[in-house]
Each structure stands twice: as structure tokens, then as C-alpha cells.
Design a protein around this ligand. Structure first.
Ligand code: FAD
Length: 431
């Protein structure tokens, strides 16, 4: 076992507080969270296995954490009582940020990454070899490889290459019975499962050769955007509705025309505005900078068929009374991840809490238009059945087999305890 450095007592309270937080700040929900008992930062797989061995022996729960950017509460330690358990279990947080090395296999066009490798660090090294990631999240400057895989989702490049799930070749995972390598159809037991079936200790991800890319901007409606985005073999497509452009101008100090705007990144020649396209491309990493306008932010994120998006935006804009805006990253399979932001002052408890109801309204609206929530995590475990569809029962059964005592990231992905019940009720009562 590696040397254990104890956090000085004076710093412990701060660390424990920070490790009960992620990028989100959901009011009331904080009451369901507990402080962690141990924070462990392993440096290799052997140490991860040692932590799992101790957790098994002690009956402790294990919460894996990358950079904490997911915003669905997946990294938050949940109180046992909130999970309807009467006995208190210790919670060990495994912070993977020290396991951040990676290797590039130029011939196979693969990267072999430790879980805490940061996407943009990987990209910078790949670029030196004339290679590039096929997909990455817009949180790439800080988020980790295993964090995004465990969370699952779409990002830059998904228009051409699909979500991260379609770009993982193989995973190495650890659970209470040891380590295994999974690939092919078995990857579904780990991608998007947020560590509830085992922790990722290594990931092999597909990369590609760099190509000369052009960025085009268009002032078009969401309906027109669908036609442009899905017409060719484009790399990435991002739509900003006029409300979002307005917020962006305020937050960034830019002077973009406050109109519906589309950016397409492509190797093809298009009849669009290159300087507009480039300006939007350059700021792709900072979608949440509008948070400073709150100060604070309430977000809603749903995936919809491209055909439903124009009507969804229309209805959403009528429904949300506060200043807000939406951006859409398009993906292969004619769909788009619609991310809507409502700046809201998080220091004002009641108005901030009520603003969160808009996320629930947006979810209900998306569901009525063949949409699904972006992810489950802790906040939306009530939606797991909808999100996993026909795989739901099989995935639950797998979870029960590898983790019969529910020690791996409890309260995440599948509905357990009081919170998913409350979410179900809220969806019924909120108009
Ligand atoms: C500015 C911003 C932009 C974003 N852009 C995108 C985007 O374009 N596309 C997108 O899909 N998401 C996006 N997100 C959401 C989020 O960044 C991604 O889901 C992200 O990649 C998560 O990585 P992370 O390292 O922060 O993971 P964390 O938030 O730390 O963890 C995510 C989940 O994975 C689990 N986990 C972490 N490490 C492991 C491991 N080794 N083994 C098993 N489970 C593990 C955690 O328990 C948690 O449930 C964005 C977020 C922000 C703040």
C-alpha cells in the first residue's frame, strides 16, 4: 500500500465540504447528502483494488470521482437514510485525478488512458503526432476520460462520430472480485453506469488523423439548422438560440447579432460566415459562463429527435418566464442535446429553488416530444427506465450480481430511496 498522507485536521472540514459538491448547486437536495469519511487518491490500479478490498471488509460505500463536472449529482455521497437504510455506512471517495497518465498507439489509432487523464491534455499530445480525438465534451479542459465514459453523453464531434459510447474500444474495470477487461456489447454494463457496477481503471478510446477544418456561421432558425447540419458529412454542429446569444453577449462582452445562430465545423466547403463560425467555435468550452449573470445557474438538458427540436424550443421559450437561453449540440442519428440555461441568484433561496422547477417542466416537455433526459446520475435516477429502455432489467440484474450489497456509488443511476419518489411526484404536480 502506498504511503498515506493525512489531511491536516484544520483542512479536513474544507475537503469534506468540497467533496460533497459537484458543478451543480441544487437547493434542498444538499440536505440528502453526507460528508465523506475517507478521501483516497490512488496512483495506480493496485491501490484502487486495495481500497475496494477495505471497503468490502468494512461494508463501506465507494463513490468514484473525476473532475466533478457532470452536474447530475453522480459524484455526491448520499445519506443512508435518504436511501431508506437505517444503519450508517462509511463512505470512501476515490478521487481519480492522480491516475492521469496515457499512451498513444499511433498505428491502431487508439489512446490507452488511466481514468483521471484530462481530455484536453490528451488532445494536445495527440495533435503533436498529427492525431486528434474523434469526440470530446466541452468540459474537456478539466474533465477526465473515465468521468465522461462513466457519465456517457455527446460532445464536439458527435455529429460525425456519435456519443462517447461509440468511441470506446475497451475498458478495464475493478470491482469487489478483482479486475476485468470488457469490450463489445459488454461495454454497456459500464458506459453511463457512473461506477455503480465497478470503477474504470483504464480506457482505450478511438482517435483519428487531424484534418483541416473550417467553421461556418449561419443566422438560421432551428428548422433551417436541421437541414444544414444533417445535409453533409460534417464534424460538429452547434445551434445557439437568440436568447442564448443575448446571454452570451452579456456574459462574454461580445457583440454577436442577437439572432438564432448555427455553427458547423466541417471539412466541406459551405456557404456560411467563417468569422462568425470561428468566433463561436473559439468559445465552445465555456457554455456555462452565463452563470456569472445569476450569479448562479439552473440548467435543463434533454436529448430530442432533430425534428422535435424547433417545436420544443418554441414551447420552452413560452414556458420559461425568466431570461434564459438554449444551445444544441447535434449528434449522429438526427438528434440533438438541448442544453437550456437560466441564470438565477443562488443566494436567494426561494426564487433559486423555484427556478429549478423549470428543469422539471423542460423534462416533461421533452418527454412529451419523444425526448429523454441527458443522463441519470443522482438527480434523475427516476428516469432510468426511460433512458435505458429495453436494457433496463438486464442492467439492474447485472448491478445486483456484481454489487449485491449496494456499496458501489449508492443512489445513482437506478432509483433507490426517497429522492426518485419525490421527483416522480414533482413531475406530476408541477404544471
Ligand atoms: C462546462 C461544461 C461543459 C460540459 N460539456 C459536456 C459535453 O459536451 N458533453 C457531455 O456529455 N457532458 C458535458 N458536461 C458534463 C460533464 O463534464 C461530463 O459528463 C464530463 O466529462 C464528466 O467528467 P468528470 O471527470 O468531471 O466526471 P465526474 O463528474 O467526476 O464523474 C461523472 C460520473 O462518473 C463517475 N466516475 C468518475 N470516475 C469514474 C471511474 N474511474 N470509474 C467509474 N465511474 C467514475 C462518477 O461517480 C460520476 O457518477 C459538461 C460540463 C461542464 C461543466
Amino acid at each position: 500500500m502506498a504511503e498515506v498522507k493525512e489531511i491536516p485536521k484544520s483542512d479536513w472540514a474544507v475537503h469534506r465540504y468540497l467533496y460533497t459538491r459537484d458543478i451543480s448547486n441544487a437547493p434542498v437536495i444538499n440536505l440528502l447528502l453526507k460528508q465523506v469519511d475517507v478521501i483516497y487518491q490512488p496512483r495506480n490500479e493496485r491501490e484502487v483494488l486495495e481500497v475496494l478490498r477495505i471497503a468490502k471488509e468494512e461494508g463501506a460505500t465507494v463513490v468514484p470521482r473525476g473532475a466533478g463536472t457532470s452536474g447530475y449529482g453522480g459524484v455526491l455521497p448520499v445519506k443512508d437514510i435518504a436511501l431508506l437504510r437505517l444503519s450508517r455506512r462509511k463512505t470512501i471517495m476515490i478521487d481519480f485525478t492522480r491516475m492521469d497518465d496515457f499512451e498513444i498507439d499511433e498505428e491502431k489509432r487508439l489512446i490507452e488512458c488511466s481514468p483521471g487523464a484530462v481530455w484536453w491534455e490528451v488532445e494536445k499530445k495527440l495533435n503533436k503526432k498529427g492525431l486528434t480525438l474523434r469526440v470530446y465534451p466541452t468540459s474537456a479542459p478539466s474533465s477526465t476520460v473515465a468521468g465522461w465514459i462513466a457519465q456517457n453523453g455527446y460532445g464536439v464531434g458527435s455529429l460525425k462520430y456519435g456519443g462517447i459510447a461509440e468511441n470506446v474500444e475497451k475498458l478495464r474495470v475493478a470491482d469487489f472480485s478483482g479486475v476485468k477487461e470488457v469490450e463489445g456489447k459488454d461495454l454497456k454494463y459500464y458506459i453511463g453506469m457512473e461506477g455503480i457496477t465497478g470503477v474504470i481503471t483504464k480506457a482505450w478510446v478511438k482517435v483519428k488523423e487531424m484534418e483541416e477544418m473550417k467553421y461556418y456561421g449561419f443566422h438560421v432558425s432551428a428548422k433551417e439548422a436541421n437541414k444544414i447540419v444533417f445535409a453533409g458529412d460534417h464534424y460538429a454542429g452547434l445551434f445557439l438560440d437568440s436568447n442564448y446569444v443575448k446571454l452570451k453577449n452579456e456574459a462574454f462582452g461580445t457583440e454577436l447579432p442577437e439572432k438564432d445562430t448555427l455553427m458547423v465545423a466541417t471539412t466541406e466547403k459551405l456557404d456560411g460566415d467563417e468569422s462568425l463560425g470561428e468566433e463561436i467555435w473559439e468559445t465552445r468550452f465555456y457554455p456555462m459562463r452565463v452563470r456569472r449573470l445569476g450569479p448562479g445557474l439552473v440548467a435543463a438538458e434533454n436529448v430530442l429527435p432533430a425534428e422535435s427540436i424547433p417545436a420544443y424550443l418554441n414551447k420552452l421559450n413560452k414556458m420559461i418566464k425568466k431570461p434564459h437561453g438554449s444551445e444544441i449540440w447535434y449528434s449522429k442519428g438526427r438528434k440533438g442535446a438541448v442544453l437550456s440555461f437560466i441564470p438565477s441568484d443562488e443566494r436567494k433561496f426561494f426564487s433559486y429553488a423555484f427556478t429549478w422547477f423549470n428543469s422539471i417542466r423542460a423534462l416533461k416537455l421533452a418527454k412529451s416530444m419523444r425526448g429523454v433526459p441527458y443522463s441519470t446520475g443522482f438527480y434523475l435516477s427516476s428516469e432510468a427506465k426511460l433512458l435505458f429502455g429495453g436494457d433496463y432489467s438486464e442492467l439492474r440484474e447485472y448491478k445486483r450480481n456484481v454489487d449485491p450489497k449496494g456499496q458501489l456509488n449508492p443512489g445513482k443511476v437506478f432509483p433507490v430511496g426517497v429522492f426518485p419518489l419525490a421527483m416522480g411526484i414533482l413531475q406530476k404536480v408541477i404544471p
